[in-house]
Write a protein that binds this ligand. Structure first.
Ligand code: DGP
Length: 137
């Protein structure tokens, strides 16, 4: 619990939200400004800010809840698929880790997740891969 954290207040029940799922470690509630109706946020009860801060024992509880909600928006709401995403620091408007589960259907017109693409110069991809392998070692 972190003072002044909106999502901690939702978890505590002091700020109202449309609750979708509650488990020992995770709460899911509807995003107040949904991309599409049923857009759900999954948050760990424990106040952590980014994915890097999430303790390992909470990874499976959080992402299995996201998986369950993704299944529920297709089976329950009739969505064809989902977009599952998380902002970390950049574009993160609430400093409490949250996974977005957005219902998707072909032709739904979603254009907001347009990412400009770039290209690797010759040999550059292998340099990036090597740097990442080193960072992971
Ligand atoms: P992000 O921009 O990735 O940090 O997503 C934060 C989301 O939180 C955003 O889609 C809107 C949602 N949100 C902001 N304030 C509230 C609130 O008071 N209640 C609920 N249910 N959702 C909120």
């Amino acid at each position: 619990m972190s003072d002044g954290c909106l999502f901690c207040d939702i978890i505590a029940g002091t700020v109202p939200a449309s609750i979708v799922l509650e488990t020992e470690n995770v709460v899911g509630f509807l995003d107040v400004r949904p991309v599409f109706k049923g857009h759900t946020l999954l948050v760990p009860r424990r106040h952590v800010v980014t994915l890097s801060d999430l303790p390992e024992p909470l990874i499976v509880p959080l992402f299995s809840s996201a998986q369950r909600v993704a299944d529920a928006v297709t089976s329950g709401l009739g969505a064809q698929g989902t977009f599952v995403a998380m902002n970390n620091v950049v574009s993160q408007s609430v400093a409490h880790l949250h996974v977005h589960v957005v219902p998707r259907t072909k032709g739904d017109g979603l254009r907001g997740f347009f990412w400009p693409r770039t290209k690797y110069a010759d040999g550059e991809a292998e340099q990036y891969a090597a740097t990442l392998r080193e960072a992971l070692a």
